[in-house]
Design a protein around this ligand. Structure first.
Ligand SMILES: Nc1ncnc2c1ncn2[C@@H]1O[C@H](COP(=O)(O)OP(=O)(O)OP(=O)(O)O)[C@@H](O)[C@H]1O
Ligand SMILES: [Mg+2]
Length: 474
């Protein structure tokens, strides 16, 4: 019988048979098949062999000197529920073979049998095994509506999850791109958490948020007296991330002179704290992120090409929310549940029209914008369902903060309240400060709230008040 092309080359067979002449005969039967056959004579040997080199299929003689055949079957299945076990039985003990089938054995053959019978049964067993793993693979993907902090089961996100999973084990550097609010930081953390480095530090450094002259010492650390204000030795992010992951967020904002120092670090794996010549070796995995087009930045000369290629080993592009189909509704439901609980509201779902609007919106601020919209709803409204009238004008392209700014166009928004000696009404100072914080953070209400040291709800309430008073004035 010609070898079936559907049998994968060198599938692994574990043959458990204590009668040596029979074992020799079976091995001979299978010699022309693309199989790697391992032969053992006892149950204990079988379990050790299965642990050391997991087989794709097993041929198991139920009569063994040291263990009950059914026990061996159960132990093999406990190790690998997908393993296909073919039972070999004597004519008189078919009832045990039937019991083995009930326990999940794939098939049984009655002694004596010829070569074709054995080959055919094994081919079927291997095929079932292959199908089972394909199905398991699909199921795993389909089941993944959530992945390390991500919500969303769209095919676009499944591809992201697969990339993260497949790169996590290596120490290859990953370069994450994606519009603002698409989850770049979530992805960086997922890479760390899925990696063998998960028990070591994940250190995130936002190159845009740290003043340029402090950035070098933030990365590399400094020694006492390295510069005014350096009152003691301080380890930098590189050292803190030793053995773990260093996340260089908004990498394109890094000043060009610092980029060359970073390049050296990426190339050599050594760092010297500012003010010290002593090089130190550290073991970090780099994950970088930007919402810019990094190659465009290279072409404009703002980002070093050599650094780009060092960091851009595995590209990971996060799709915009508007391209993730139903994910927007899935994420919205999860956020609504959280926010309703936090705000003590009974909001439990969306009116169908609201879901339709969530799907149709283009979400320029992606998941973060969706968070803002739902926080706004949860702070200002209550009821079992979110209805269309509760949606903020944020659902228009520029967002509530932007429309609040636009509405403010009638008032000159000078350099701010600190200008000259002018004393301004307190409400105006407040409004200008909130608007400035929103501008600085790209309408990120929670971040603006952090800067202002107030709660996000306060900002949402103010935005609502201003909108109402603007509407009244109009
Ligand atoms: N798929 C998702 N499911 C649930 N929450 C998400 C998802 N993606 C992002 N988030 C949440 O959205 C917010 C923004 O995500 P993150 O900070 O990772 O975005 P980013 O791409 O780094 O944005 P930026 O470019 O503005 O820094 C975070 O609170 C994050 O937890
Ligand atoms: Mg980010």
């Amino acid at each position: 019988m010609p070898a079936s092309p559907r049998v994968h080359p060198k599938r692994k067979i574990l043959l458990i048979e204590d009668t040596l002449p029979l074992a020799t005969l079976y091995v001979e039967y299978l010699r022309a098949e693309p199989l790697a056959v391992t032969h053992v004579t006892t149950g204990r040997e079988a379990l050790a062999a299965a642990a050391a080199n997991p087989p794709d299929a097993v041929v198991l003689d139920l009569k063994l000197p040291d263990m009950e055949g059914l026990e061996v079957l159960k132990a093999l299945q406990a190790r690998d529920p997908g393993v296909s076990v073919v039972i070999v039985t004597a004519h008189g003990s078919i009832d045990i073979a039937v019991e083995a089938m009930r326990l999940g054995a794939f098939d049984f053959i009655v002694k004596p049998f010829n070569a074709d019978r054995l080959k055919l049964t094994l081919r079927n067993a291997l095929e079932r095994r292959a199908l089972a793993s394909i199905v398991a693979g699909y199921r795993k993907d389909l089941d993944r509506g959530r992945f390390h902090g991500f919500i969303g089961g769209s095919p676009e996100m499944q591809a992201v999850y697969r990339t993260i999973e497949s790169v996590a084990a290596s120490r290859a550097n990953v370069f994450i791109t994606g519009e603002s609010g698409t989850g770049k930081e979530v992805a960086a953390q997922a890479i760390h958490r899925a990696s063998p480095r998960r028990d070591r530090a994940f250190v995130a450094l936002n190159c845009a948020a740290i003043p340029k002259d402090l950035l070098e010492s933030e990365i590399f650390g400094h020694v006492k007296g390295a510069f005014t204000g350096a009152t003691g030795d301080r380890p930098g992010a590189a050292l803190l991330a030793d053995g773990g992951t260093l996340f260089l967020d908004e990498i394109c904002e890094m000043p060009i002179d610092l980029q060359s120092k970073l390049l050296r670090f990426v190339q050599t794996g050594t760092v010297a704290p500012v003010g010290s010549g002593r090089e130190q070796r550290v073991d970090v995995r780099f994950v970088a992120a930007t919402n810019r087009d990094p190659l465009g930045e290279v072409q404009c000369g703002r980002f070093r090409e050599d650094l780009y290629y060092r960091l851009h080993v595995i590209p990971l592009a996060l799709p915009p929310l508007r391209e993730r189909g139903e994910d927007v509704v899935e994420i919205a439901r999860a956020l609504l549940t959280d926010y309703a609980r936090e705000e003590g509201k009974a909001l439990a779902g969306f009116a169908p029209e609201v879901e339709a609007r969530l799907r149709a919106h283009d979400w320029p601020g992606n998941v973060r914008q969706l968070q803002n919209v739902l926080r706004n709803v949860a702070v200002l409204h209550d009821g079992p369902l979110v209805t269309p009238d509760m949606l903020p004008p944020l659902m228009m392209p520029q967002g509530a903060a932007a429309s609040a700014r636009a509405a403010n166009g009638s008032q000159p928004d000078g350099g701010g309240p600190a200008d000259g000696d002018a004393v301004l009404p307190l409400w105006r100072v407040e409004k200008e400060m909130i608007q400035r914080a929103l501008r600085l953070t790209g309408d990120d209400v929670p971040r603006a709230a952090l800067l202002l040291e107030i709660s996000p709800s306060t900002i949402y309430r103010k935005l609502q008040q201003w909108r109402l008073s603007d509407e009244r004035a109009a």
